[in-house]
Design a protein around this ligand. Sequence first.
Ligand SMILES: Cc1ncc(COP(=O)(O)O)c(C=O)c1O
Length: 416
Amino acid sequence: MAETQFDTSQVMVDFNQMKSFAEHPLILERGKGVRVWDAFGKEYIDGLSGVFTVNYGHGVDEIVDVAAEQGRKLAFSAPTMSTNPPALKLADLLTSLLPEQFTTVKFASGGSEANEFAIKMARQYHAQTGSPRKYKVISRYESYHGSTGFAGAASAQPDWKSKYEPYPEGFIHVSPRSVDAIEEAIVGENPDTVAAVICEPIMLSAGVRIPDPDYFPRLREICDRYNVLLIHDEIITGFGRTGKLWGSETVGAWPDILSCGKGISGGYAPLAAIIVTEKVASAFWGEAADGIQFFSGHTFGGNPVSCAVGEAAVRFLLDNDLVAKSNAVGDYLAAQLGELKSQFDVVDEVRGVGMMRGLAFNQPIGRPMYIACRENGLLTRPAPDWIGIAPPLVTTTEEADEIVEIVAKSLGEVTA
Ligand SMILES: Cc1ncc(COP(=O)(O)O)c(C=O)c1O
């Protein structure tokens, strides 16, 4: 099909300049396993799992069939007055995959919504447990928690947020390098005013940074000491991405509120959730006259098709032992990428864990590398001096070799 048959100028693609996108559009038409094909027939390895989402690969019949079946049975149930069997089953499955203190699930349609819920719930929790002055939220520079109001306010990617400032008051940012910065902020702001800390277990947007081993255990202690709720943004790190089922396991501490999305449905339906502990949930349990319920929701939250897909996707992950398998392939991929250091001086280090990797350079060649990889049939994530590589958890070692070959070829072209 000729490229001119598609006009992308009517569509705003996230974060992209429409004009430059229209000049060199990426229009993906179909996928199978780790591969996708664009509308012009070009094949790519989906080296970023869409965007850390297609954890189980493309075209998985077991998941697609469930969507069709549930769509025929009941495609929608109003979340303002009902729930549905797929939502109940998925809530049961999710809580069974976490320590027993996690009892309660609130479904959303995307990660930003889930983090919005998490922040609102933390504030309302304190209002209903005797600390009504606690409203501030502490997060870290370089983080990304979503595009909506509170999630955007908690984020701190200068280019992405400055267009929409001022954000609401009460969002404090600290350096991601040391956990002491969080304690200093809690104390400096007055602990009586701090409701929550929100952190990604492993910060993707900061360049796939692995925290010091004591960072999260200490953060957990600090939050407990000052009666501050800990929110883990596991939108990327959940569902096996870091080589364990949850990023919280990888970093050695559990939050009070865990927000997850992306891999929860593997991309087969819009779905996200917060999973909260009994301690948090119990503050919202009472008589109707008490008016202490959670006053926030979205039309597609807990959608029956999305939840049925979510259950099928998570079962696919578990039944195929993809957490352990992907961890082994992720280590292999990282080792092979690490070999490139001896061939290309520009390669600095391979970062990350499991199937969440970053290839860092000592020069600002992230964008040219992204373009070269794309030309050579590999989709990645660009940043000024690194690229993100996070293929589906079903990637084989042979496919990992293909990824490394394309990266090596692209490095050769970019550094020539
Ligand atoms: C860590 C993190 N949190 C939140 C979000 C927002 O999720 P969504 O794009 O589904 O709203 C993202 C999206 O990339 C993310 O990476």
